[in-house]
Design a protein around this ligand. Sequence first.
Ligand code: VTB
Ligand code: MG
Ligand code: MG
Length: 328
Amino acid sequence: MKLSKVDDARSAANLHRTLTLEMVRVTERAAIAAAEWRGKGNEKAADDAAVAAMRTELDRVSISGRIVIGEGEQFECDDLFIGQPVGAGQGPEVDIAVDPLEGVTLCAKNQPDSLVVLAMAERGGLLNVARNVYMHKIAIGAEYAPDVVHVEWSASENVRSLAKAKGVPVSEITAIVLDRPRHAGLIEELRSAGVSVKLLSDGDIAGVIHAVNTEDTGVDIYLGSGGAPEGVLAAAALRCIGGQMQGKLILDTPDKRLRAREMGIDDPNRIYQVTDLASGDVLFSATGITDGSLVEGVKLRRSTVETSTVVMRSWSQTTRWIRARHAR
Ligand code: VTB
Ligand code: MG
Ligand code: MG
């Protein structure tokens, strides 16, 4: 390994590497706050707790931050709304995308895989999308040629092409799909083609990450539609760990099209690649609330709290798993 590349990162990267640990602190705090609400059946309380903690902790960091993907529009929500300035006000100008509680339902039911997720980029580095917009997504590992799958092809075309590229029969392909009524046809099509379908009840940021980590997870491809904000957050992670994703926004009402245009989206039919969703130097941090496939959940002990975080940085292509013990 060329260590010089990593050493050079300090001067060449636009996001200073110490911000990595600052972002870990932010997602840790939000996860600890949300953990108090695990299994209480109160999605709003859990979400509010994560949002408040995240905001407080972000404001301690020496950045001039701006929320570009947040909880919703200004005046619709008190905190972490789109356009909200965050940070201590001195320091680099950065854009921030958050999902303070990715998988609220999972947290409220105390089921696996709820996470706090945050991505940071240089100003202008993240696609700006509203909270209520969905995205068609497809994701596969970095090892394939870029033309192996396409977000606009049918599911069977995609899995056949992927199986061919991998050199296996379609029956050896595993796809990950959000379990939603809108995906009934997609799931049926995949199963008829012989694909093994792993259904996700929620949380497609982790779903996309699993699809590019085939060696660890056995998942070959992510297919279907989910939140557009989650698509941008997943792309931020892929910038750091490698992997391919294409996204196409679902702007199915005049209101959504208008808002998208205001937010700088000129072509509603554009197909986004990973670098169109998240460009330049990017950081990604996710802390587990409940135990999950990506990271473990918050462990509340008598006098301490333990958190597990995965934090990534695109410039250096580093992924770190940070296990922290905090005083209660
Ligand atoms: C999607 C997905 C998320 O919620 O936004 C989904 O991207 C939305 O659920 O990861 P619906 O399709 O039922 O609206 C998550 O699974 C969790 O936020
Ligand atoms: Mg959320
Ligand atoms: Mg979410």
